[in-house]
Design a protein around this ligand. Structure first.
Ligand SMILES: Nc1ncnc2c1ncn2[C@@H]1O[C@H](COP(=O)(O)OP(=O)(O)O)[C@@H](O)[C@H]1O
Ligand SMILES: Nc1ccn([C@@H]2O[C@H](COP(=O)(O)OP(=O)(O)O)[C@@H](O)[C@H]2O)c(=O)n1
Length: 425
């Protein structure tokens, strides 16, 4: 009988020839598919890149059934591989998916190996243990030195699979959007309290801190009425001037200043920042509901200024899940950008923008400049663009962009104008 653990690997292998595989290398996604018949033509780009230096490549896909455990297995596997692979091996993130099928994404790693360390790599793969089943394949160059053949390894959890014949790798058309888009909803971005809460509840046994966070959560049964006073959210990348502006707004308007994640989550933040996206993002999502509860209380008495809120949670999550150029993001109007229906809506969301050079100057002046950021400028430039674009595409409420390059006082006056126009303060 097929064990529960092996069911997913069986289904993945049976969908083999419908699946597309994607390898992330140097900020680009390389796609390939596999087919039973040998065909002419060029090998997919990733294999052409590897062909000059390597005889053999490997892929490992984590095929767990429980998404919280699988998310952690994926990271566990990365640590094991980076800790044990010989220096000649280079590890890249990999995914496999069924085009246009939501939730079909499976994550793993792809690496190439030089022949000197092959015995060592194969011994590692034979003895590799992981909390979830891992589908291991190797790819070897055919005799013609052009085509590559895929072999499925008879690993413990795949023994029940009827071993297919060898497959050949062929190029595949890139999908319309980055494959991660298929799994963003309720894996990277949560659209209800319940969805995010469920993830943290499930973590309780493996991450004791998750229990402490769950205890701080508001009781959802108590529906709050809309605050009487305006609620103004200030958003923007790090060092765009949120702290400076929110403090001035608080003083000028006699408002209360809140933030998301709220202060009460501060002791747990670093802990959750070390977790895989599913768990980390659920933590930040829940932070917004705690802040919403505080807004509900304070907003009955005074105007409320909020330093970061749901736009930050969603924009960073989307821009991290999706790599590469802006065109890889889900299209404007996609359901991915919608506001959670059960989360308190602010009156106004202001999005501060400054040009990248000025932002870097401010980061340096603040003493938190990161040299690694400058080294990876290209990569980060794309990341920054994706975050900014995701901010702009979120609706229900949408944000209003304000150029925060002028002096702090000019920015304050500009935002006060917007607030007075919208909130009659
Ligand atoms: N409008 C502005 N013009 C020049 N410098 C600014 C302006 N607003 C903030 N700064 C400075 O830039 C740095 C980052 O500002 P901060 O308010 O801490 O940003 P954030 O909270 O968005 O990270 C600080 O050193 C701050 O004094
Ligand atoms: N409401 C929020 C606030 C921050 N975050 C996350 O926190 C990170 C930004 O935090 P930060 O420490 O740079 O924030 P600031 O210091 O700029 O306020 C991003 O990676 C966001 O994903 C979030 O998800 N939701």
């Amino acid at each position: 009988m097929t064990s529960r653990m092996a069911r997913k690997t069986v289904s993945v292998v049976s969908q083999w020839s419908s699946r597309v595989f994607s390898v992330e290398l140097d900020g680009s996604s390389h796609y390939f598919a596999i087919q039973e018949k040998r065909a002419g033509g060029e090998a997919p780009g990733i294999f052409r890149l590897k062909a000059q230096r390597y005889e053999r490549c490997y892929s490992l896909l984590v095929c767990g059934e429980d998404r919280v455990r699988t998310a952690r297995s994926y990271w566990e596997l990365r640590d094991k591989l980076t800790g044990h692979l010989s220096p000649g091996c280079d590890l890249s993130p990999m995914t496999s998916f069924l085009p246009n099928v939501k939730g079909s994404l499976i994550r793993g790693y792809f690496f190439s190996d030089n022949s000197q360390s092959r015995g060592q790599t194969e011994r590692l793969l034979q003895t590799l243990t992981c909390s979830d089943p891992v589908l291991v394949c190797s790819y070897s160059k055919c005799e013609d030195g052009q085509m590559w053949r895929q072999h499925l390894w008879p690993a413990a959890d795949t023994q029940l699979v009827e071993m297919p014949t060898d497959y050949y790798v062929v190029p595949s058309e890139p999908p319309a959007y980055h494959p991660s888009v298929l799994n963003i909803i309720n894996s990277d971005v949560f659209y209800s309290f319940e969805e995010a809460h469920e993830v943290l509840e499930k973590c309780g046994d493996i991450i004791p801190e998750a229990k402490s966070v769950v205890e701080l959560l508001p009781n959802r049964a108590e529906a709050r009425s809309k605050p009487d006073f305006p609620v103004i959210v200030i958003e923007g990348l790090d060092a765009t001037g949120k702290t400076t502006l929110t403090e001035s707004l608080r003083d000028t308007l006699g408002a209360v200043l809140l933030r998301s994640p709220p202060q009460c989550l501060a002791p747990w933040r670093a802990r959750f920042d070390r977790e895989p996206p599913l768990i980390r993002r659920a933590f930040y999502a829940l932070g917004n509901y705690i802040t919403a509860e505080q807004i509900g209380q304070q907003g009955m008495k005074t105007p409320v200024i909020v330093d970061r809120y749901w736009h930050s949670t969603a924009a960073y999550a989307i821009a991290t899940a999706v790599t590469g150029p802006l065109s890889n993001l889900p299209a404007e109007g996609s359901e991915v950008y919608r506001w959670p229906s059960d989360l308190l809506k602010p009156t106004l969301v202001v999005f501060l923008t400054v040009d990248p050079e000025e932002r870097k100057r401010r980061l340096r002046n603040r003493g938190l400049g990161k040299t690694a950021e400058e080294e990876e400028l290209d990569h980060n430039q794309l990341f920054r663009l994706r975050v900014e674009e995701a901010y702009r595409r979120i609706i229900g409420p949408a944000c209003i962009a304000v150029d925060a390059s002028p002096s702090a006082d000019q920015v304050l006056q500009q935002v006060l104008l917007l607030i007075r126009g919208k909130c009659y303060l």
